[in-house]
Design a protein around this ligand. Structure first.
Ligand SMILES: [Zn+2]
Ligand SMILES: [Zn+2]
Length: 638
């Protein structure tokens, strides 16, 4: 952490050097941690960032007026170019030292394009300009830039044209939402859910889950299958695109770059044979499962070339397979950010243009999911892709479509308070459940912590806190990691109020083994008493392509950590232990399971800073609330 600070402070001395150095600080590892004095450092550097943005804006103008790029502009672009390893990462996984530079790059270039459009540039001019910048900034290869911009440009232009008060500062702050890219715009922050006032203040961590028992329900979670119909064994796994191993990418000369039969650790999704194997394996080995939770991301990472027809075909194929395999076992499905076309873009119901509508996906889902759902669920699925179902007397599922809060969902920029609709519905259903004495499981694709818009996170936490006694568990996907999150009360952050479990992924994208999870659930409280994660080693599986993968029980959470129980209070005890030097070995094991013992991840060590960061990820559920992380940092090293 000291290291980050000195890099930042040292660069503050000379402007030109500072710009180059600050912009090119190499990416080391994921970072939730803010080094001491971070805020002051960011403030000091702010004037350099502003100068940088002005320069970019001036040189951009010259480029457009004179038709050629100045040498200086090329230098600015070069200094801003993104490292290849950064491309594939989620914003939240980038190191703290990159927060300021990335925000300045976004404001500089993004702001220039915004002005360019508002001064009358045509769609074609904006398209050509952004393709050129995207390629030169190394955001993606040119063909990928072209595809991505073609798919997204109309939405973005509509928003820019119809929201004239939208600034690049707000735009970048919403997308990056880091300590160096702060949102100062009340149209984004001044809305809230109407929360029932009969709640009680949090005065203790939520306790009391029973131990695993013989009558526990068994629930299997399958998530993030990312089926790629274009996957071909032996094709190029090192193609540089967000999805490789595809037919159009050819067979590599170097055989070490060839895609494996059961999947590949590199940027590759899942071949059909691996999807079938996983689903069949669940049915064969867990035929006594009471339910299946399938938490989204059926579609591959070919985000630059999706289409509605393409997505419909993949979704149909996977859901049909689930229906054929589990005719009697209820499967509760939700949507992932990849199901939408364009990827991540979920219209919020405020715009009537049919070409922007997400209705095709909602109607498709209502039809495909209905096999396992009560009729009444259809109404909200057709409205916004979410629903509730009473599974048995006293036990209810609430299935959210929280992909709307993903900071890459451009529609947040158009009307942020439109996010309120589904959250208010969540609140109202929980209130009715509370009055009926029901317990609830919430299913949502995006972990609350995972690049969800911070105001949405804030409001979700208010609801969770109010209904902490009704919500027995939360289940997420999206990160492809075997991990969990603990929620703490906003006013009294010493008390844990909820836990969310992440099912990992069926895909090996990227550097993880495929897995699924079996939960044991108390039949009265509906709290999770234990879970087991099942995985296979992809390296070994690919050595014997003719044999089905050798699935094994990776671990039982209860056995591994020896908890009194898996309630928020019980899991908080574990967090306290992991936050001290004595808990280091356990924390390392947590990280190893998090990547599902994948060879491709275990080859690079996780340093102490890296481990602390993984611990921080468990307890940070709101982008602008790092208190629990700071608290754990204080006890971590001594
Ligand atoms: Zn995913
Ligand atoms: Zn996802």
């Amino acid at each position: 952490m000291q290291r980050n600070k000195s890099v930042l402070l040292g660069t503050a001395t000379l402007l030109s050097l500072a710009l180059l150095l600050v912009l090119q600080t190499p990416s080391v590892e994921a970072d939730r941690l803010q080094p001491k004095g971070y805020r002051e450092t960011v403030e000091k550097l702010q004037k350099y960032y502003v100068k940088f943005e002005d320069k970019v804006s001036r040189e951009f103008r010259r480029w457009k007026e004179e038709g050629t790029m100045s040498q200086h502009f090329r230098q600015l672009i070069q200094a801003s170019a993104i490292g290849k390893s950064e491309r594939a990462q989620e914003i939240r996984e980038l190191p703290t030292t990159r927060e300021g530079p990335l925000c300045a790059i976004c404001r500089g270039f993004g702001g220039s394009v915004l002005e360019f459009r508002r001064e009358g540039a045509s769609r074609e001019e904006v398209y050509n300009t952004t393709v050129e910048l995207c390629t030169m900034l190394n955001l993606q290869e040119e063909s990928i830039c072209r595809g991505l911009i073609e798919l997204n440009i109309d939405t973005i232009l509509y928003i820019v044209d119809n929201r004239p008060d939208l600034t690049s500062a707000s735009l970048c702050a919403v997308v990056f939402q880091s300590g160096a890219c702060v949102l100062d715009d009340s149209t984004f922050t001044d809305w809230q859910v109407d929360v029932d006032s009969n709640g009680t203040p949090v005065t203790a961590s939520k306790a009391g889950t029973a131990q695993r028992g013989p009558n526990d329900l068994k629930i299997v979670q399958i998530t993030d299958l990312h089926f790629d119909p274009n996957y071909r064994t032996g094709y190029n796994a090192e193609c540089g695109a967000p999805a490789c191993c595809r037919e159009s990418q050819g067979i590599p000369e170097d055989t070490s770059a060839a895609a494996g039969h059961w999947g590949d650790y590199r940027n590759c999704d899942t071949p059909w044979n691996a999807i079938e194997d996983l689903i069949d394996r669940v049915a064969e080995e867990h035929s006594d499962a009471d339910f299946v939770y399938h938490t989204g991301d059926i579609i591959d990472h070919g985000i630059w070339e999706t289409s509605i027809g393409y997505n419909v075909r993949s979704i149909n194929r996977v859901i049909s397979k689930l229906r054929d395999t589990f005719p009697e076992t209820p499967v509760y499905n939700i949507l992932g950010n990849h199901e939408a076309h364009p990827t991540n873009v979920y219209e919020l119901g405020e715009v009537t243009r049919p070409d922007f509508s997400t209705n095709w996906l909602y109607h498709l889902s209502a039809d495909l999911w209905s096999h396992w759902l009560p009729r009444a669920a259809q109404q909200t699925i057709r409205l916004g892709g979410y629903y509730t179902a009473l599974v048995r007397p006293g036990f209810r599922i609430i299935a959210l479509n929280n992909n709307d809060c993903y900071t890459f969902n451009w529609w947040i920029l158009f009307q942020p308070d439109a996010l309120k609709g589904q959250l208010q519905w969540l609140h109202d259903v929980l209130l009715q459940a509370e009055q009926a004495g029901e317990k609830v499981h919430i299913l949502a694709h995006l972990p609350i912590s995972s690049d969800c818009f911070s105001v949405w996170q804030r409001e979700y936490r208010r609801i969770l806190e109010r209904f902490r006694d009704t919500i027995s568990a939360q289940f997420h996907g999206h990160t492809h990691k075997d991990e969990f999150n603990v929620f703490y009360a906003s006013e009294n952050p010493e008390f844990a109020v909820g836990v969310a479990w992440n099912g990992g992924s069926g895909t090996a994208h990227t550097n993880v083994n495929p897995n699924y999870v079996v939960y044991y659930v108390n039949p009265e409280t509906y709290e999770v008493t234990d879970f087991e994660s099942y995985a296979y080693n992809l390296t070994s599986a690919n050595l014997t392509p003719d044999e089905r993968p050798d699935w094994f029980r990776m671990y039982s959470f209860q056995e591994e950590y020896g908890l009194s129980d898996l309630s928020p209070a019980g899991v908080d005890e574990l967090i306290q232990r992991l936050g001290t030097p004595a808990g280091r070995d356990e924390l390392r094991r947590y990280w190893e399971y998090k990547v599902k013992l994948a060879d491709a991840s275990l080859v690079s060590d996780c340093t102490e800073d890296c481990l602390l960061n993984h611990l921080c990820e468990i307890v940070t559920n709101q982008a602008d609330d790092l208190r629990k992380c700071q608290e754990l940092s204080d006890t971590f090293f001594d």
